[in-house]
Design a protein around this ligand. Structure first.
Ligand code: ZN
Length: 158
């Protein structure tokens, strides 16, 4: 299964993990899991259900993490299931809305990004939901170090 096909739902208290799975390109819903029915719907829909709440482990297919911290959560996740990452998918999804970003023209970014960015960035994209504008330097410079760290964890399988 390719990375693009792995989809997740992250339970309450896993907001940071959800955000980073999105940054890595995975369709990841962030929901407070409340019932067996709800969880089974997600599983039926093909999502990998991740929680920190032990009571949901009674449902087959639910992945339960123990750690409080992003890096060790990613490591735990990789020990429990195989994560297929695809570098081409990084930064293709809004970290806030879980929606795929769409490319926009430079002139559409005018007024929404600093002038020097408008002049120097090679491409721009936006989230159709929150309308935030992204460009390679906007998130990649801030996040690439973290991405590299998470990639190392994932590639060694936890
Ligand atoms: Zn958004």
């Amino acid at each position: 299964m390719m990375g693009r096909d792995q989809r997740f739902v992250a339970d309450a208290m896993l907001g940071k993990l959800a955000k980073w799975l999105r940054i890595l390109g995975f369709d990841t819903e962030y929901r407070f899991l409340r019932s067996d029915i709800q969880i089974k719907e997600y599983l039926k829909d093909g999502r990998i259900v991740i929680t920190r709440n032990r009571k949901w482990t009674r449902i087959e297919g639910v992945v339960c993490l123990e750690s409080n911290h992003l890096e060790s959560q990613i490591a735990e996740l990789c020990r429990l299931i195989k994560i297929d990452i695809d570098d081409d998918r990084f930064f293709t999804r809004c970290p806030h809305c879980n929606i795929e970003l769409v490319r926009i023209e430079r002139e559409d970014a005018y007024g929404h990004v600093p002038d020097y960015i408008l002049n120097t960035a090679s491409e721009f994209s936006t989230c159709p939901s929150c309308r935030r504008i992204f460009w390679p330097g906007s998130h990649i410079s801030r996040m690439s170090e973290k991405i590299e760290e998470l990639k190392r964890i994932i590639k060694r399988g936890g």
